[in-house]
Design a protein around this ligand. Sequence first.
Ligand SMILES: NC(=O)c1ccc[n+]([C@@H]2O[C@H](COP(=O)([O-])OP(=O)(O)OC[C@H]3O[C@@H](n4cnc5c(N)ncnc54)[C@H](O)[C@@H]3O)[C@@H](O)[C@H]2O)c1
Length: 289
Amino acid sequence: MTISLDGKVAVITGAASGIGRASVERFVEAGAKVLAADIDAEGGRLLEDAFPGQVAFHRCDVMSEDDIAVTMEIASQRFGGLDILFNNAGAGGSPTPIEEMTGALWDHSQDLLLRSVALGMRYAIPYMKARGGGAIVNTASVAALQAGMGPIAYSAAKAGVLQLTKCGAAELSKYNIRVNAICPGFILTNIFTPGEMPTQIKTVVKTTMRGAAHLAQPVARPGEADDIAQAALYLASPASGFVTGTHLVVDGGMTVGPRHSWDVEEQARRLKEREKLWAGAAELTKTDA
Ligand SMILES: NC(=O)c1ccc[n+]([C@@H]2O[C@H](COP(=O)([O-])OP(=O)(O)OC[C@H]3O[C@@H](n4cnc5c(N)ncnc54)[C@H](O)[C@@H]3O)[C@@H](O)[C@H]2O)c1
């Protein structure tokens, strides 16, 4: 199926790296004009150079309500309207466990990962109404679905994104605006090597992760940013015209079930343990007799 975004205008947040950057490429390839929003001005300029006339960069910190509002306005001014918003910017948030959490750390994670999505929707709506409809795609995470997939503040924020998506879809259906979310699994991007990490350590972390990423889920290859970009393209396009208020899990099967349901090595290890247990029980039975 060929997906077309011909004549559409999209805002993508967190566009300078990883999932956002891959989505800019997919959206442009499908014919859209893209306002790339990010705090990384250098990455933004590289995008503009790579896609002259099709991508414009605007520095936007999604922690700032004003920045978000202005971003939507600039997209509309620059390209004549707004049809698609991919609320994707994010980072790991606070790694602090709940027993040590502070209000400030909690608020920072929620503002970055949840409030930003709500306000993105809020400020995109007038422009989408003016176009007679639109599509909003929000990046959540498998951490929204299960414990143990990310820090607690991050996971709670991403779970909030899913409910925001559902309620937003309900509220906005009257304007012909669809709202959906994506739950990525383990995707090799810069999120695991934040800016403050020394370069040498970044290189080691990236190499180690790429070497092990095929072991993380049933689909035995690393999850790539483009896997999520393709899902975003589908949810942003008319191809998903009958889809709203839901989330697409793109995780190579990471959440299909417990590890032993799909990992043959784990199955073999559990079988050995069971055999040992049976042998011990048999010994006991002999002794009792
Ligand atoms: N990589 C994964 O395994 C994974 C899994 C689940 C969900 N996600 C989510 O995917 C989204 C994209 O992350 P990624 O993996 O591509 O990471 P990434 O670090 O490669 O890209 C994130 C981008 O967001 C930008 N950004 C960060 N804070 C910002 C802010 N305050 N305002 C504007 N831009 C900001 C960064 O500059 C960067 O360009 C995030 O919401 C993340 O939580 C990622």
